[in-house]
Design a protein. Structure first.
Length: 312
């Protein structure tokens, strides 16, 4: 007679199989979780020594027409994958991107010129006459900008207000003369300006002023045929080191969200403000290259010159 506590060998074999299978499932789940991040974008800029950043594109970024609606297909998964598709009512319309760089020529100008050429994208630079006269090296960078057909050069004043903006704009006539001098000194071909330290828009019948201390200068410039350009998104930097303070993913999302929300100054047009000294080293140059590659992945994004702003 068998004891009541006797368990047949087949039972232990089955239990062992279940335990092994459970462990294997857990291992598979961990492996899958580890593969959520994509391979970084490949660029042709100078490679950085630090770890490459995650791609800026997430589940909303690559368009695919499905029947009567437009779906965003998750080809480039980011750290979040909770949404698999998003419908846009106007997602098949073109979106125009304006890359703008202030304060050149500076140390980062040569890299901006090279990356623009390598990526074959239209860019826009706002130049300062005093910087072009600082050295032969800066003048050479200014000449590179002026002779690159992909780059439009615009007016950012001759002195940059000596960084004393309230004093500068308290004398609108002198401020206007500073812009006028810069146009002549740098032989600028387009009457487009950006006011140092001010995010002011003024062209045609459209006007937006962030700080009133620059409004009178903007009025004078507009009366004399200038188009004053602000920006929708700023890629902020450390004022001492010039290091960009946001990742490529963060700045890309801010641009995309402003376009999708219709909160840019002109619908379907987004102007990004950057500064030349953000790209004076290899790490900064890699970030700029990655941002351009991320934007290029979106089929409806087109790079444009500000002289064509806004595009419909």
């Amino acid at each position: 007679m068998h004891s009541r506590f006797y368990v047949r060998p087949n039972f232990w074999a089955a239990l062992s199989f279940i335990t092994i299978s459970f462990s294997a499932c857990n291992a598979t789940d961990s492996q899958r979780a580890a593969k959520v991040e994509d391979t970084p974008l490949i660029t042709d800029s100078v490679p950085a020594k630090s770890e490459p950043e995650k791609p800026a594109i997430d589940v909303e970024d690559t368009l695919s027409l499905v029947k009567d609606s437009v779906k965003i297909v998750a080809k480039h998964a980011d750290t979040t994958t909770k949404d698999t598709a998003v419908l846009y009512t106007d997602s098949i319309s073109p979106r125009y991107v304006y890359l703008t760089f202030d304060d050149g020529p500076l140390i980062g100008s040569q890299a901006i010129d090279s990356i623009t050429t390598a990526k074959q994208v239209k860019t826009n630079v706002f130049l300062i006459g005093m910087h072009a006269e600082m050295s032969k090296r800066m003048y050479k960078y200014y000449q590179k900008y002026m002779t690159n057909p992909l780059i439009d050069s615009y007016n950012h004043s001759f002195t940059h207000a000596h960084n004393k903006f309230s004093v500068f704009y308290s004398q609108p006539q002198k401020a206007f003369a500073d812009f006028d001098k810069n146009e002549t000194a740098l032989q600028l071909q387009h009457k487009i300006v950006r006011l140092p330290g001010r995010n002011i828009w003024y062209f045609d019948a459209r006007r937006r002023v962030d700080l009133e201390s620059g409004a009178s200068t903007a009025d004078l410039l507009h009366m004399n045929g200038y188009k004053i350009m602000g920006w929708d998104v700023e890629w902020k930097m450390n004022g001492t080191t010039g290091k960009p303070l946001e990742t490529v993913s963060q700045i890309y999302r801010r641009m995309r969200n402003r376009l999708n929300n219709g909160t840019t100054f002109s619908k379907n047009n987004v102007v990004l403000l950057m500064h030349d000294d953000m790209f004076q080293n290899r790490k900064g140059q890699k970030l700029l290259s990655d941002l351009i590659d991320s934007l290029k992945l979106h089929p409806n994004y087109k790079f444009e010159h500000l002289r064509a702003y806004p595009k419909n």
